[in-house]
Design a protein. Structure first.
Length: 235
């Protein structure tokens, strides 16, 4: 086990699973989160709880889990007229994308993450982007991430690898990956402490965690959980 990685960690299911994935592969892992004026800002509080729970439940991981960084990118929210940054209903737009799409969000995140990684001597960025079970966001596509990897490496004049362990997994497989990585303990942390709901709902507890239960993010999480549970019973 060697290498150093920076995980784009929002406090959600996908990034928490990616963090566990990185902790099994890299000698040093740091995390970075972004406050971009998101409507579901409760995820920022969940980040610290998840990090604390991981350190407590997995002592081996705790020795490799380094500093956490939170960047203020609220300017992005100020120029984004979306359901993730404004108080408006979640709906599809004329282009077929949901209005939860924040243009350029992942591109901006990766640029800032790369700059921080460069300064701290980290060579790998790990993100939870996926184009299997997702809302169609173009900045989650594999080709986008490959292009970003090339651009960042050229722009920094240093190799910068972008790892996306969930890229070809559906949500059921993401639940399964968490179970493989950390067993029931990690599944409990993901279920109880991560946040996915676009509306920031933490009052309603479901079998799959907290959320409104109806936004696209909740729907994907719920369906994946149920499919994973059904597959587990069949085994």
């Amino acid at each position: 086990m060697n290498g150093q990685a920076l995980v784009l960690f929002s406090g959600g299911q996908d990034s928490a699973t990616c963090l566990a994935w990185a902790l099994q592969r890299y000698a040093q892992v740091e995390t970075i989160g972004f406050d971009y004026g998101q409507r579901h800002a409760v995820e920022l509080a969940c980040r610290q709880t998840v990090l604390s729970e991981l350190r407590s439940a997995f002592p081996d991981w705790a020795t490799r889990l380094g500093d956490d960084h939170l960047l203020d990118l609220r300017l992005l929210g100020q120029i984004s007229d979306t359901a993730l940054t404004q108080d408006k209903a979640v709906e599809l737009q004329r282009d077929g994308l949901p209005n939860t799409f924040v243009p350029g969000r992942n591109l901006i995140f990766l640029n800032f993450a790369a700059a921080l990684a460069y300064r701290r001597g980290l060579q790998v960025l790990v993100g939870g982007m996926c184009e299997t079970d997702y809302s169609g966001y173009p900045d989650c596509r594999d080709n986008t991430l490959k292009a970003m990897q090339v651009a960042l490496s050229l722009g920094l004049d240093a190799p910068m690898v972008i790892e996306t362990p969930l890229m070809w997994l559906d949500k059921a497989a993401t639940w399964a990956l968490a179970e493989t990585l950390g067993g029931p303990a990690l599944l409990q942390i993901v279920t109880e402490h991560t946040h996915t709901c676009y509306l920031g709902e933490r009052g309603l507890r479901h079998a799959w965690g907290y959320g409104c239960g109806s936004c696209p993010a909740c729907a994907l999480r719920k369906t994946g959980f149920e499919r994973h549970a059904a597959a587990s019973i069949r085994r």
